[in-house]
Design a protein around this ligand. Structure first.
Ligand code: AMP
Length: 436
């Protein structure tokens, strides 16, 4: 009975074997490099937070999927399902008086009781970038351009952005006097593409025929020619001032992206909504044609910090789903930067030479090589065939005669050639062979 429990991970949880772990850490490294390039400072927040903080604006669907429990002190806590609430908490409290704009980066694992399937797990990873303090379109454009650079740097191409603006729909609904709770329910349906349901909810809220037609019109409006779609959106919402403002804001963001050199395909969807409830402005996601799930997503949220008691500090951010990026890289067959480093194995001919083997290995590691030592007590020939099997590039054989003369044998595994080398010249010799 116990063995059946010990033999498996909890549903939705995964082990990362070396190749997958390496790919995930590669994505993390590039995310951190991108953060540095754009001036985003890393912050590390706890995996467990108060339930009320995390649940405040996460949206009905995500709220149902949180891992919630009471700790031994009786506090109602949850595993974080996303980063933004924690980061906004920081900005509302410890970083409240930090000079703006404030650019913050975080990376880590998150937890949602989603139905496990391809690209959807209960523990998953995100690289998260947030910019606080500016409500201007240049802040949104910076986040989208950062996302573009990050995707290029990890080696993805052929992806496209889907962009919308919750201010358009909310502008229409607010002008019609629909309260926020009702708006949230409608947005949740739209996020799940349950359009009929959304229209039904709108009807039930007693909205006008004009409002219903506007929603239907927006739901039909999408396309890859932003100026044309923006024009159509202007026409559809022309009687709703709040929505017009949102369309103009969307237009400015896209103009900035294009004039700033972002050439990635942009699909505008006028009826686009996202599950998280805190969005107030532009929202975006990124897709590759091979997968119909978003690789990342984000948007503008200008009221979250204020909700957490931190004053009127606008924010915009994006969360890149590292697991899905990893899947996309795998599909692209991109192994260039992710392959394991060149490895060396040091093999003593007899156990009495283990000390020399340890010293040689340390010297090589200090020179920057990745070095293993034969620790299974195998003969040289068995150690060499094992090294072959595991793709080790070089072996360094420590023999009694050679070591007395300050020398070792360096063997190039693939070429099956070996030379005797002065220990002091060993790092240089390996580098020379590595380069050719
Ligand atoms: P969200 O926090 O919902 O805006 O999601 C941002 C990104 O996180 C998505 O585009 C996905 O790439 C990733 N993501 C969200 N939920 C999951 C999940 N259950 N499993 C794997 N990745 C996820």
């Amino acid at each position: 009975m116990l063995s059946s429990i010990f033999g498996q991970t909890v549903r939705g949880m995964r082990d990362f074997l070396p190749e997958d772990a390496r790919r995930l850490r590669f994505i993390e490294r590039i995310a951190r490099e991108t953060a540095e390039l754009y001036g985003y400072d890393e912050v590390i927040t706890p995996t467990i937070e108060y339930y009320n903080l995390l649940a405040a604006k996460i949206g009905e669907e995500n709220r149902k999927r949180m891992y919630v429990f009471e700790d031994l002190g009786g506090r109602k806590v949850a595993l974080r399902p996303e980063f933004t609430a924690s980061i906004a908490r920081l900005v509302a409290t410890k970083l409240r008086s930090a000079p703006k704009p404030l650019r913050l980066f975080s990376v880590g694992s998150l937890y949602r009781y989603d139905e496990p399937q391809f690209g959807r797990y209960r523990e998953f990873w995100q690289a998260n970038f947030e910019l606080f303090g500016s409500a201007l379109p240049e802040a949104d454009a910076e986040i989208i351009s950062l996302m573009d650079v990050f995707l290029k740097k990890i080696g993805l191409d052929g992806y496209s952005f889907k962009i919308g603006h919750v201010g358009v729909l909310r502008g229409v609904f607010s002008d019609e006097g629909i309260d926020e709770d009702k708006q949230n329910s409608i947005m949740q349906r739209l996020d799940k593409k349950e359009w009929e349901e959304a229209i039904k909810l709108l009807k039930e809220s007693g909205s006008s025929r004009k409002c219903l037609n506007t929603l239907k019109g927006l739901l039909k409006t999408s396309g890859k020619d932003p100026p044309c779609i923006i024009k159509k959106m202007r026409e559809i919402v022309k009687e709703y001032p709040g929505a017009i403002e949102a369309v103009e804001n969307l237009n400015e963001i896209i103009d900035l992206l294009r004039s700033g050199g972002v050439e990635t395909e942009i699909l505008i969807e006028a009826g686009f909504a996202r599950g998280l409830e805190y969005y107030t402005g532009a929202i975006f996601e990124v897709y590759v044609p091979e997968m119909d799930i978003a690789l990342g997503g984000g948007g503008r949220y200008d009221k979250l910090v204020e909700l957490f008691g931190g004053g009127k500090i606008p924010g915009v951010g994006v969360a890149m789903g590292m697991d899905r990026l990893s899947l996309a890289l795998k599909k692209h067959g991109s192994t260039i930067h992710i392959s394991a480093p060149t490895k060396l194995l040091v093999v003593p001919v007899e156990r009495s030479l283990l000390g020399e083997a340890f010293k040689t290995a340390s010297m090589l590691r200090e020179s920057g090589f990745c070095v293993e030592i034969e620790t299974m007590g195998r003969s040289v020939s068995r150690a060499l065939s094992d090294a072959d099997r595991r793709g080790i590039a070089f072996t360094v054989i420590i023999g009694p005669r050679e070591i007395k003369e300050g020398k070792v044998v360096l063997r190039h595994m693939a070429e099956r050639k070996q030379i005797t080398v002065d220990l002091s010249e060993l790092p240089e010799k390996i580098s020379q062979v590595c380069q050719c």
